[in-house]
Every structure is written in structure tokens, then in C-alpha cells.
Design a protein around this ligand. Sequence first.
Ligand SMILES: [Zn+2]
Length: 340
Amino acid sequence: MRTSEYDRLDKPVNQGSLWPLLTSRAMLHLLSPGGGRARLSILIYHRVLPCQDPLFPEESHAQSFDQQMEQLAACFKVISFEEAIRGLRNETLPPRAACITFDDGYADNAEIALPILKKHSIPATFFVAAGFLDGGRMFNDTVIELIRRAPGSTVDLDSLGLGRFSVGTIPERRQAIHQLLGRLKYLPSESRQSTVEAMSALIPVMLPDNLMMTSEQVRVMHNAGMEIGGHTASHPILARMENSAACADIATGKEMLENIVRAPVRFFAYPNGKPGRDYLPDHVRMIKKLGFEAAVSTAHGAARKDSDLHQLPRFTPWDQRPMRFALLMARNMLKTGEAV
Ligand SMILES: [Zn+2]
């Protein structure tokens, strides 16, 4: 398809926001004119909550996500990940190409994000950590929900060597979560799991078991035309484990998803995703060997024709103001994204 044909497919914008959007589009067009000089912006999301969470007000929710999708569709040509990879390979990307990805497999992706994506006719890719489907909970969510729901104004985790935390106010709870996640994130999986279980035993609250998608929701997404991608089974930090265990976890996740959607799982997202810290060159080789056609990291930047298809950068600006959103996207386009 030629550039001009893509331009004709641009979404109309409403009159009130016409000028900033036309300016934004022109600026983005200069930076990413399509074809061999195209820059592909890949957006990364995790959760889309039903409404704003007082503990994490910056997290996307139905209203903010709806606005972002409207802005995105007005400024960018949002294409599927498959089309984006083909365009990068063949140097046939449209001007201002973007795609949207979600990591981890939260149930709100199916319940809240999917109807909004459908409303804007936007395709997306969902990288699902398959081991948590059907009632599982990732360690970070266990920590968040324990601290969110902890009764009283202090949480005493001294017996676990984690210290005491004031949780009398929302900022204190937020701070406690931030500190605990920082301490636990890079522990070996087993000791992280046992520490989180010990925390659950100390803090007397009921934890939710419906945070992640069910297998049926994954099937519904796939049947709605969304791409389902691999994100391992247990969401380990690959760089912190033996290669044989890392390879098995990646392969198990892929197989589990393929059994659910009855189709090949072709794309992959590295858990946590920082090149050189969370994954290493060995893991890039592994995912190629396992048959993944492309993969994404969490390095910032936009992809170009010479980017490594198995380490594509991602970025998401959180600003709701249209011009600021476009400027942040433009600035990100100037970065290529580091790789290992
Ligand atoms: Zn993840």
C-alpha cells in the first residue's frame, strides 16, 4: 500500500482538537515518513482498571485508556504487530506506524481494554504469563494487595528481615509497596515465592484470585482478532536463572498458550524486559530457537529497519494532553532502543 493510501485511511478528528492534532500529525510524519525511513512506535500497557486506583492514580483506567486510544488513532496509524514486523522486514511500514502491546495477562485486558480497542478498531498484542491464568496471582500483585488491605497503621515484617512499614495513609502504603517490590523483585524465584507466602501468613487479609485472565478469556481475545504472545510461564527474571530453566519456562509458556488458542504463538516479550539486566544474549538465541518470529523488550525507543526484530523497544507516554502526548512520542522516536 502506498503512503497516500494510508493517509486517506486516517481517522477524522473532531473540530475542537483539529489544530493541535494536525500539528502533531505533521511533526510525527516528518519523524516517521514510512517505508525505509519509518520508525515504529510500540506502546506497552499492563493493566486497564475500571476506574482510577487511589493507590496508583497514574495506572491506566477505562476513561484514560479510551482517551489515549482516541489520540493515538488520530495521530498514528495503528497496525497489528504482525503487520508491523512484516513492514519492518520489507521496509513497507506506513508513516507514523504504531502498535499496542499488553504484558502479563490481566483479566481487565479482556474486560475493560478489549471493548475500548474494538470501539476504536485498534488491534493489539497480549503477552501472557501463562502460569498465572485461571486464578493465579503474580508476586507483585500479592504484595500490592496485602499492603492495600492490611488493617491498622503498621505492617511488621521484621521476622522476615524486611522491616516495619507505616501504612496509615495512602502515600505510606504506596511507599511500603514500592520498597517491598524493590527488595523482592530480584530475589531468586523460590525465595521470593516463600517470602511472599510468609508475608501472606503474617497479614490477615483475603486476597483476590481473579486478577489474571481465564483461559476462556484468552480464547475470546484471540477469536476477536487480537494476537496472543508468549511471556514465559512463571514470569522469572531470565538473567537470574540457569539457562536450562529459563528455556523450559519460555517453552512451557508458549505451549500452554498454543493449547488454549490452537494457533502458533509467534511473538514474545521478555519479563521485566531491560536488556542486559533482565535478559541476556543467550535468551535472545533461545527465543529464536523456540521459533518466535519477533520479540519486544522494555528499552525505550522506536524501531527502525535495522533494529533487531528479537529486541524491539517499547514506550508509553502517560500524558493526557494531546500535544504533550505527541511530543513525548516524538522524543521517543529519536531513540533507537538499546539491545544486548
Ligand atoms: Zn511482565
